[in-house]
Ligand binder design. Sequence first.
Ligand code: SF4
Length: 282
Amino acid sequence: MDERLRKEVANWLEFYREMGIGELDLHGSGSAIHHEATQPASPAHRPPATSHPDHDGARKQLEGQKTQPPLQTVHAAVREPMPKSLSLFESISSIPREKETLEEIRKDLGDCHRCRLSSGRKTIVFGQGNPHAEVVFVGEGPGADEDAQGLPFVGRAGQLLNRMIQLVGMKREEVYICNVVKCRPPGNRTPLPDEIEICSPFLLRQIRTIGPRLVCCLGAPAVRTVLGIKEGITKIRGQFYDFGDIKALPIFHPAYILRNPREEKLLREDFQKVCDFLKSSR
Ligand code: SF4
């Protein structure tokens, strides 16, 4: 292997490692790797050819890439790119607070085609709930039911989330629910780093506008985006992270619990922590 190729492979492996991905789907993605060789050089824009244990359709994750618009066009359209290497929460404190409403943010998002996910979606799933919520739940992206209805967490995972919310004495209307990306990734794959980078400024603005006391990150992609933490969700779930006025709590994604029902007691424990936190900090 020549030196240039060796460096290229090393860069890719480092990129996967940073995303917390340890398993590569080499068989299903060869053509996509070839496609990505034509993309700009920044590692942050390279969609990984990987599978991810958090999502059922991970092996189909490269389906939507053929219709990707040029990245320069994409970035020119983003009003407020998230500073590279900062978590969403670090960005919250580094960017001056603007007075804007959720309606204004939605209007600014428009009929968004800033990333390739627009090509396969039926509807943009912006978010739903109390604009002054004390708790915001952030998932990774809409699934088929959410895409069809334009609302977050309305499928089976959403029903489990609703049950957990009720279990701790809250109503769904009292909280705010949204996702890291607002369009359904093809085959329900995990959102790719460049899609998250392009879409997450809108999530940042939603959180800033709502001003919650607690942000619950549902699953690893939400944890990585919001907190910039690369450890597995199993290790860090149920631990509070402090970002000034806002706390964050990594929690298992309800879809993971549906696939691993024996872990439901851990989900209940974490929701009890949400309840205790809200009571203690009032
Ligand atoms: S995922 Fe976000 S950035 Fe991409 S098209 Fe949808 S709304 Fe736009």
